[in-house]
Write a protein that binds this ligand. Structure first.
Ligand code: NAP
Length: 459
């Protein structure tokens, strides 16, 4: 590697790290994204000018085909389907790393016998982690998309058989390292890793899939780093390690926000298919209010905390919600947004959605910053959120939500819930907040309801 290449890789790595740092705040996230992308552009251009590339035909064809598919997906995919897309992209990353590792073995031919132990170990691990990531991510994406059922698929001795499978693959990698001429071992490693990818994700419930996707993101980084060692490519090692570590940090954040351990997510088989309301719902009554009642209540409130949730994203009501908030602020009311760490379907979902509608960042408050303010607030306005305000999380031990910190919406003087029905949220848990005496249920699509409120307030 010449000095210019080494320097360019170093620069790209610094840009990745700065970009990641800037992603931690909404104010700097866009610039951080640009820095990371610039680093990647530098890394790609420098790699393409490497003298080992002798024919660009396949590279250009790959760029055109991959670029077209990527662009089409990025333009077409709905915001709410983003976790599935991210899941698939992680899977492709892992699959690509595994293929590069295998291709490098084929390229080495007989000289593989003289390859260093480090290269052979990382080749085997790259194949294992990359293949597992590809198949695991595809199952996770299919579960989120609803292509296959979200309920955990459980069978006897599941953990034991998965552990045994992993052990067998590790033994095969050791055999391969001891004698790299045994080329038949690699397809067996790939096949078993593929089975492991499927069997380790099917027991996990659909509601936990975003955590799995974050974990797979981490695996795809690790697979990339392994392949970096195989190719002796520093920037791939650094970028892979950054993805691997940030993925595991994100996984940890999500687990903490749901008050679950990673072990519980991976092995407890929690969650079911999305279902209708529980039977007990029918016996209780809720008070249904019209948008006129809601507008009257808002007009008379001094302080409002808006709680956005997944339904806001489904309805694409963020722009009209911002209009409603501006209207209330113009009338001298205190309006803020309370952001729960797992509101929506992916980390930062609500922040991205509200940033799209140009909601000022200083109005967005994290759960810890605002939870004590609900008791002094006139109206908690819940738009398409459910699990993140479900009081069952505080006390109902058999609930999948139990232990998850929630937004204290029920402490406000009045709770206003805008959603289409009494259906439960993602965790499938009925929400007693809807039956609370101080709760006003305003049924309907979030966008239609909020649009109606804006018009009524303008009159
Ligand atoms: P939620 O509990 O899934 O509830 C969303 C509600 O939105 C539903 O009850 C639905 O009720 C309503 N809705 C759907 N479409 C609507 C529309 N067009 N207009 C109005 N309302 C609509 O959402 P959440 O409170 O945001 O909680 C997120 C859930 O996802 C949590 O369980 C969380 O653990 C899970 N999760 C999130 C992440 C993450 O990273 N964010 C990761 C893992 C898991 P109707 O059908 O009655 O309208």
């Amino acid at each position: 590697m010449n000095v210019i290449t080494a320097f360019a890789y170093l620069l790209a790595s610094v840009l990745f790290i700065l970009g990641l740092m800037m992603l931690s705040s909404p104010k700097t996230a866009r610039r951080g994204n640009m820095l990371g992308a610039t680093g990647m552009l530098i890394a790609i251009v420098v790699t393409l000018t490497d003298q080992r590339v002798i024919d660009y035909t396949y590279i250009i064809a790959g760029l055109i085909i991959g670029g077209t598919i990527g662009l089409t997906l990025a333009v077409r995919v709905k915001m709410t389907a983003m976790p599935q897309l991210v899941g698939m992209l992680n899977g492709f990353g892992g699959g690509a790393s595994a293929m590069v590792a295998y291709a490098e073995y084929l390229r080495m031919g007989d000289s593989a016998a003289f390859a260093g132990v480090d290269v052979l170990i990382t080749m085997g691990l790259g194949l294992l982690i990359g293949t597992l990531t590809f198949f695991g991510s595809m199952i996770a994406a299919a579960k989120l998309q609803g292509t296959i059922g979200g309920a955990p698929v459980l069978y006897p001795l599941q953990k034991q058989s998965n552990a045994l499978l992993l052990l067998v693959v590790v033994v095969l990698i050791v055999l391969f390292v001891l004698d790299p001429s045994k080329s038949y071992l690699l397809p067996i490693i790939i096949g078993l890793a593929a089975i492991l990818g499927v069997t380790s994700v099917i027991p996990i419930g659909g509601a936990d899939m975003p955590v799995v996707i974050s974990l797979m993101n981490s695996y795809s980084g690790l697979a990339g780093a392994m392949t970096g060692f195989v190719l002796s490519n520093n920037v791939l090692i650094i970028a892979g390690t950054l993805v691997g570590t940030s993925g595991i940090i994100l996984t940890n954040i999500m687990c903490k926000a749901m008050n679950r351990s990673l072990g519980n997510v991976l092995f407890a088989g929690v969650g079911t298919d999305y279902q209708g309301p529980a039977a007990e719902t029918e016996q209780r009554t809720v008070v249904r209010y019209t948008p006129d009642d809601a507008a009257f209540m808002l007009e008379n409130a001094q302080s409002v905390i808006i709680i956005p949730g997944y339904g806001l994203a489904v309805a694409q009501a963020q722009h009209v919600l911002q209009e409603l908030a501006s209207n209330l602020i113009a009338r001298g009311k205190t309006v803020r947004y309370a952001i729960h760490p797992v509101a929506g379907r992916m980390p930062g979902h609500m922040n991205v959605l509200l940033a799209e509608a140009n909601v000022p960042y200083d109005l967005l408050l994290e759960m810890d910053q605002i939870n004590d303010d609900f008791q002094n607030t006139d109206v908690a306005l819940i738009i398409g959120a459910n699990d993140v305000v479900n009081p069952a999380a505080r006390y109902k031990k058999d609930s999948p939500l139990y232990g998850m910190p929630i937004l204290n919406a029920d402490f406000a003087q009045t709770v206003m819930v805008c959603k289409r029905s009494l259906n439960p949220g993602f965790a499938g848990e009925d929400n007693e907040l809807f039956y609370n005496k101080k709760t006003m249920m305003v049924f309907g699509d979030a966008k239609a309801t909020v649009t109606g409120l804006v018009q009524l307030l303008k009159q």
